[in-house]
Design a protein around this ligand. Structure first.
Ligand SMILES: C[S@@+](CC[C@H](N)C(=O)[O-])C[C@H]1O[C@@H](n2cnc3c(N)ncnc32)[C@H](O)[C@@H]1O
Length: 267
């Protein structure tokens, strides 16, 4: 099934009135089940412009912000819900070792194709983010993108507890979040957070929010248009850099983020 057919299948399911998940347990199960589908795993990067040759402002900005945040990490890094390994391919040079964990064999098998060809590739494991197969205080940093904010506030509580357990006392947790200004009808209220709400939530769960990188600036969008159009990745990265270095502090100050990347320290 091609990408468009795959998307169409999803749209048809919606049209037929398949009931969306409501309880936290249903949301967690649905997220897990969706990525057990081989077609979803195979087309995941193509649909979202995450492939090696794609030029995506959002992806480049995420990599820039994560590279800055992980720059000082010398110990082990864990990426939960690593998916097809799009971030781990770009970040595995950081830290003293990089482990990617995901519950879906289908997503991991895509990750293995792309990431584990070289001897220094990361260690990829199958596992559940709610019950991590690692000992306490093992990692200096944990990265969790497109996962933590998808599972609602109650789901997040369980994940924060488990991630906190495996993080070292000085460890950092990095994850993306959706803001209120994101123009996406697909995001539910449970998935959206203002910076203020995010700060309170992580504090209630044993973390301190130490930095927020805004990743969805209109200015960067506009600056990057010609570079995206001409597929010049260095230009897109420069636009992303502008957002990460210059505009992120404004997001936090005005508490109006359209979404971004949270850097939290274990309390
Ligand atoms: C939207 S994808 C994100 C993949 C990757 N982090 C990224 O940013 O591209 C969500 C991922 O979460 C994984 N996942 C869902 N439930 C999980 C769980 N309970 N434990 C670990 N991984 C899970 C899915 O298999 C899928 O790979």
């Amino acid at each position: 099934m091609g990408v468009n057919e795959n998307n169409r299948a999803g749209a048809e399911k919606k049209d037929k009135g398949v009931k969306p998940p409501e309880t936290t347990a249903e949301v967690i199960r649905a997220l897990r089940r969706n990525y057990q589908d081989e077609a979803v795993a195979r087309t995941y990067e193509e649909v979202r412009d995450f492939r090696e040759g794609d030029v995506s402002l959002h992806y480049e900005t995420e990599v820039l912000a994560l590279s800055e945040a992980l720059g000082g990490v010398r110990g082990e890094i864990l990426e939960v819900a690593v998916g097809t390994g799009r971030l781990c391919r770009r970040l595995r040079r950081f830290g003293g070792g990089y482990t990617g964990l995901d519950v879906s064999m289908q997503m991991l098998s895509e990750a293995k194709k792309a990431v584990c060809r070289d001897a220094n590739g990361p260690w990829l494991v199958r596992g559940d983010a709610f019950q991590l197969p690692f000992k306490d205080n093992h990692f200096e940093a944990v990265v969790g993108f497109r996962f933590i904010t998808h599972i609602g506030p109650d789901g997040r509580k369980g994940v924060y507890t488990e991630l906190r357990r495996v993080l070292d006392d000085d460890g950092i947790l990095l994850f993306d979040f959706y803001g209120w200004r994101r123009r996406s009808a697909k995001k539910t209220d449970d998935e959206r957070l203002t910076v203020g709400a995010l700060r309170s939530e992580v504090e209630e769960n044993g973390f301190r929010l130490i930095k927020v990188y805004g990743t969805r600036h209109v200015v960067c969008d506009v600056v990057s248009v010609p570079f995206r159009w001409l597929k010049i990745r260095s230009g897109v990265r420069a636009a992303g850099w502008l957002g990460v270095k210059m505009l992120s502090p404004l997001d936090e100050f005005f508490d109006r983020s359209r979404g971004g990347i949270a850097v939290c320290k274990k309390l």
